[in-house]
Design a protein around this ligand. Structure first.
Ligand SMILES: [Zn+2]
Length: 222
């Protein structure tokens, strides 16, 4: 059997999952000897964008569903991911933001019968996230990131909130309602579930997680 290790990265929106993912990749390469091709960083959001852009059957279904203001249905996400896992050659797969609903947790269990998996959950309180992004702005002219609240960029452009940040309260509410129960479900299954404080540093999370799974990483690499 070809060995793979699937790592699920779960946390609230804007809680720094992307940074944990890039720290995992960096450590896997520098400390554990994996090559670029051995690692796949799979973002569900990007998968959705790609399917829609390529106008695939699933992409069309997604577009129809999301036009009505709905979330991408679990069934489509699950199917998309199944295809992806079938085709991907990498040995370590990092799933950014999956599973995020109870319906996805069930499918996830099925999908992973063939692979070893683990969940990294970063438990960041809503207040901390809102505080962190409070002053986050980008320049509407040159796109440079700032952390000073409202104002003007050195290029003269006006500083505005990122689109994502503007809808952050709604996304956080959705996370509380949809994803929190999924996290509890995963935790209760108790299989390789790693819980971290929201204040834990992303790089430290990556290090300690990989250290805890190093035996299996060596098996996967062999
Ligand atoms: Zn600017």
């Amino acid at each position: 059997m070809n060995k793979k290790f699937v790592i699920s990265l779960i946390g609230a929106p804007a809680s720094g999952k992307g940074y944990i993912a890039s720290s995992l990749v960096k450590e896997l390469k520098e400390i554990y000897g994996f090559r670029d091709d051995d690692i796949a960083d799979i973002s569900i959001g990007e998968m959705i964008r790609r399917e829609k852009k390529n106008n695939t059957r699933l992409g069309q279904e997604l577009a129809a569903n999301m036009k009505e203001g709905g979330l991408a249905p679990d069934r489509i996400i699950n199917e998309m991911l199944k295809e992806e896992l079938k085709n991907v050659k990498a040995k370590v797969l990092i799933l950014d933001g999956y599973p995020r609903t109870v319906g996805q947790v069930e499918a996830f269990g099925e999908l992973l019968k063939m692979f070893k998996s683990a969940v990294i959950f970063r438990d960041t309180p809503k207040e901390l996230i809102l505080e962190r992004v409070k002053n986050r702005r980008i320049c509407e002219k040159c796109g440079m990131a700032h952390d000073v609240g409202d104002g003007v960029c050195s290029c003269g452009g006006k500083l505005i909130k990122r689109k994502d940040d503007e809808v952050l309260p709604e996304r956080l509410a959705e996370y509380e309602e949809m994803t929190k129960p999924a996290v509890m479900e995963l935790k209760n299954h108790g299989k390789n579930f790693f819980w971290y404080e929201g204040t834990a540093e992303g790089g430290d999370i990556a290090k300690s997680f990989l250290e805890a799974n190093k035996d299996y990483l060596q098996e996967v690499l062999a």
